[in-house]
Design a protein around this ligand. Structure first.
Ligand code: ADP
Length: 160
């Protein structure tokens, strides 16, 4: 039984994230998408909002579930008895960052294996931070995020 975690901020979830989730779900038996409640980052969406969006977006994928993590990811993985960690890579810049992160996680827990999945080409420039910025100016984000996320972004920036 191969169970893998796909952790990230998902602030907000994009079509790039969903592409990795869908492809990973075709490779591994179970995927746990882990919403990181990062204390240092000022998030646009709360962890509860990100969890709810991801749950709705993956509800038709039987082997995908979603959880929130407010601890170190290695501690969370130990608790869940998961040894595989998936990270998406858009290009060399992501890779150098992800490589260092994987070394750090390996130092913290040598049993954790990080698996890098390259993004599909059409998603290589999708980045949650760009999408937040674009949405803050009421820019068109359809084609970058699923409709429910586009709707949530519109609602969020109307509130502000
Ligand atoms: P972080 O919290 O490190 O900024 P994100 O929450 O944005 O990461 O994304 C979670 C994971 O998804 C990371 O491994 C990131 O590299 C990957 N990812 C983000 N956007 C894309 C994309 N467009 N295509 C493939 N992978 C992506």
């Amino acid at each position: 039984m191969l169970k893998a975690a796909f952790p990230g901020s998902f602030d907000p979830p994009t079509l790039g994230h969903l592409n990795i989730i869908q492809r990973a779900a075709g490779i591994f038996d179970e995927i746990l998408v882990v919403v990181a409640e990062n204390r240092q980052k000022k998030n646009l969406f709360s962890a509860t909002e990100r969890l709810a969006m991801l749950q709705e977006l993956t509800e038709n994928q039987e082997n995908v579930s979603v959880a929130v993590c407010d601890t170190l990811i290695v501690d969370f993985l130990q608790k869940e008895d998961i040894k595989l960690l998936i990270r998406g890579v858009r290009g060399l810049e992501d890779f150098s960052f992800e490589f260092e992160l994987s070394m750090m996680n390996k130092a913290l827990d040598p049993d954790i294996e990080t698996i890098f999945m390259t993004c599909d080409p059409q998603y290589s420039v999708l980045r949650s931070s760009f999408i937040r910025e674009l949405a803050s100016f009421q820019g068109n984000v359809s084609g970058m995020v699923p409709p429910l996320v586009a709707q949530a972004l519109r609602a969020k920036f109307l509130q502000k």
